[in-house]
Unconditional design. Sequence first.
Length: 306
Amino acid sequence: MTPAQQALFDPALLPPLAPAALPAGRATVARQRWWRLQGEARHRGRKVEPVLVTPGLLARIDVPDCPVTRSPMDGRGVHVVALRADAAVAAGHLASLGARAAAAAEGVAAGGWQAAWATAARLAGEPGAARAQGLCAAEWHRLAVLCSFVHPLTPAQAGALPLHVLPPPRLRVLSPVQALQVALTLALGGAEPARPLNHLVSLGRGSDLKDALRVFVLTLLARRPVGLESLAVGARRRVLEDLWDDPLLGRRWQRLASRLDDAQAHRLLSGARSQNLLGGGWRLMDADAAVDGWDLPDQGPGRRVG
């Protein structure tokens, strides 16, 4: 357990404006999603956190493509899904998904990300283009990782998960080790990532950790396509996610994660943040703030949640 749990925020794709300041059509769609979310929560007997869950929040978590299926979503085909079944409907674990992914995610929320990962593994072992609930193995892998962000993970669990999907806007990452994985991957999308990533290696404590961090950073940099920074945001995210299909990158990440604990990952993130090594668009939060309004069962001060 760390004294300070962190959540990692991805940059919003829409400006942080109140619904009244949004264009009329966008504000109307955001309000409609908000009413639908309220109705679905009442139908399931779930609480809705009233302060932060607003039409404005739903506008800010909007994305043009479903993060699971990567299919384009028109304004009225978006489903806002709460990824924690044991929590109130609250900011930090809400994601905008397409219809197929949303239907699958509703079942996953109760079984946890492990159930989605097991489904992906089963489909990957079947011949042909096997599907379950309309999703293929790659889509189930992305759904599993998406759900894992909002659950606490051990370093071993975080090390075993390739980053098949990056967190969409305003989704919180509760595992410090996984948050480091996300921050390192996002940093690769910058114009000149080699200098800050190599400087990050010097922040590691102990020769074993520094060596594992150096090897991982070099492996990550070696897989960066030329001109990545010139791609549109959506295309760049997909390229970064697809880098994690490389088994060698996964093994070297697992080696690094096995040498980390939550406190060490937190120190690396904090140092990177203070020196602006891994870019912007994310911030660290303490344990209570990360799950504020989630109304989790048996939650005490400073307790890791899950």
